[in-house]
Every structure is written in structure tokens, then in C-alpha cells.
Ligand binder design. Structure first.
Ligand code: 76R
Length: 248
């Protein structure tokens, strides 16, 4: 059998995409809307407590276009914790005014392609921090799921470790040239969801997503072996801007 890359896993991830039911939201009276927003605020405070206790992280972004209206990205220690936060949202009054648009379940993943030999990665605080990251509050988010191809002539999983490692080096070099501009979080989803990885990118300039993803298309790992799902792009929401979005 071919040598599998060994992976390190951190927090579990849920990307929970929702659409607004504007008809219901507009039909509600002022008091109902106020109750919904208060509950949402309470819920938001709970997420912040989780983050402060280093037990997870949550960010909320709008989604531009018709695929959804907003996305809550949650990182938590266990799948049960993710289910609990999903349920808690579903039980809020605010959820009554939303519909489910899409979701993605995965786990923060680092692979050993470029790791240093002989080093125990879990002793490296930088690696531990990347496995359990506080999600960045950059202005824009981009999310898409992807696979590595398994076709007769182009089968990533049949390549030798050396071949994959050298291609991943080239991939990493391109990625690194976006340091400071784009922050990426790769989450693995083999066995969890419909694609093999979720790619979540954060940036203050949304054009950097286009430039990075485009540049990677010319790199062999993506050009030859990458298969991509739907792309979602959105901008940062905090309690204030969410209220603004919901104001009638
Ligand atoms: O983790 C590291 O920083 C080491 C180098 C590295 C690995 C191992 C790295 C760097 N990536 C790795 C793994 Mn990546 N990455 C993607 C996409 O749109 C596309 O064409 C592909 C989607 C982007 C935009 C991106 C960005 N990467 C992976 C894996 C797992 C592969 C496997 O195990 O087979 C996938 C699916 C994937 C996909 N990558 C970087 C980036 C960026 C910006 C970096 C540099 C990170 C940095 O140095 O800060």
C-alpha cells in the first residue's frame, strides 16, 4: 500500500449556512423581533465565553449571493459540542426566521508533508495554536470544499510520498507568498462530509482570494488534482452590523 500522509487534528468545525426568511421577519411585530434579537445577543455572548475559555471559536459572516444570507463558523472540542451549538441556535426565536441553506462538518487538519523530521509536532506551540485557532476577524471570508482527484491517470492517492511532498512544497510556497494577506484554515472531512477538505480563507481585501485561488490553479496540485465544490464569499458580521442587516 502507498504511504498515507500522517495528519494532526484539532478542533472540530461546523460551517452552518442559513438564509433569512424575510417574509416571516417582516410579518413579525416589533416585540417579536426584539425578543429574537435579544436571544441572539445572549447566544452570541455564550460563544464569546467559549472562546475566552479556549474551548472553541466562532465567527459570523454574511454570504453574498443567493446561496445563503449568513454563515456561522464554529470550532469546538468535540462533535457533540458542535451539535449542541447547532441545536442551541435552532431553539432560538431568531432561528424561526431562518432556513437552513448548507452545512459542512470537518476537523482542523495539518498534514506532515512539510513537517520537520524527528520533531514531535505536539511539542511545538505554533502547531498546537494552529490546530485550535481563534478564528480571525478579518473583513472577508471565503469557503469552499475540495477533493484530490482519483482518476486513472491523475490519482493523487497513487502517487508516492516523495512526489506528493514535492508538489505540496510548491503549493506551500505559493501560499506563503500571501502571508499577511490571506489566512487559511484547512479542515479535513474524509468520513465526515461530502468532500475531502474544507478550505476557509480570511482576508481584509476580498480580491486576494481571487488572486490566490487563481494562482494556485496553475500549480500542479490544484491544476491536475484539485476538484472544487461551490464557493461562498461573505463579509464580517458583529452584533451591530447584524442588527443593521436585519433592520426594516
Ligand atoms: O500547513 C502549512 O502551512 C504547510 C504547507 C501547506 C500544507 C501541508 C499549505 C500551505 N497547505 C497545505 C495543505 Mn494549503 N491550501 C489549499 C487551498 O484553491 C486551491 O487550489 C486549493 C485550496 C488553498 C487556497 C490553500 C492555501 N492545502 C493543504 C491541503 C491538504 C492536502 C493533503 O493533505 O493532501 C489542501 C486541500 C490545501 C488546499 N496553503 C498553504 C494555502 C496557503 C495560503 C498556505 C500557506 C500557509 C502559510 O504559510 O501561512
Amino acid at each position: 500500500m502507498n504511504e498515507a500522509a500522517s495528519t494532526l487534528e484539532g478542533w472540530y468545525a461546523l460551517h452552518d449556512f442559513r438564509s433569512m426568511n424575510w417574509t416571516a421577519w417582516k410579518a413579525a411585530d416589533d416585540e417579536e423581533r426584539a425578543v429574537a434579537l435579544d436571544e441572539l445577543q445572549e447566544f452570541w455572548n455564550e460563544w464569546k465565553n467559549v472562546e475566552q475559555a479556549s474551548q472553541g471559536s466562532t465567527v459570523v459572516y454574511t454570504v453574498i449571493g443567493q446561496k445563503a444570507d449568513f454563515v456561522m463558523m464554529h470550532l469546538r472540542e468535540t462533535l457533540e459540542d458542535l451539535k449542541a451549538v447547532e441545536n442551541a441556535f435552532n431553539k432560538t426565536t431568531f432561528a424561526k426566521y431562518t432556513t437552513k441553506a448548507y452545512s459542512y462538518v470537518s476537523v482542523v487538519e495539518l498534514s506532515n508533508y512539510l513537517g520537520k523530521e524527528g520533531e514531535d509536532p505536539m511539542q511545538n506551540p505554533e502547531i498546537v495554536a494552529r490546530l485550535k485557532p481563534v478564528l480571525p476577524q478579518r473583513q472577508y471570508i471565503c469557503f469552499y470544499p475540495m477533493n484530490k482527484k482519483r482518476e486513472l491517470n491523475d490519482n493523487w492517492y497513487m502517487l508516492s510520498m516523495d512526489e506528493r511532498r514535492s508538489m505540496m512544497r510548491s503549493h506551500g510556497m505559493i501560499g506563503r507568498s500571501y502571508a499577511g494577506k490571506v489566512k487559511q484554515i484547512i479542515t479535513g472531512s474524509v468520513g465526515f462530509d461530502d468532500w475531502e477538505w474544507g478550505v476557509t480563507l480570511f482576508a481584509d481585501d476580498a480580491l486576494q482570494f481571487k488572486k490566490l485561488v487563481y494562482e494556485m490553479r496553475f500549480d500542479e496540485v490544484s491544476a491536475r488534482y484539485g476538484e472544487f465544490g461551490s464557493f461562498y464569499v461573505g463579509s464580517l458580521l458583529n452584533e451591530g452590523s447584524l442588527e443593521e442587516m436585519l433592520k426594516l
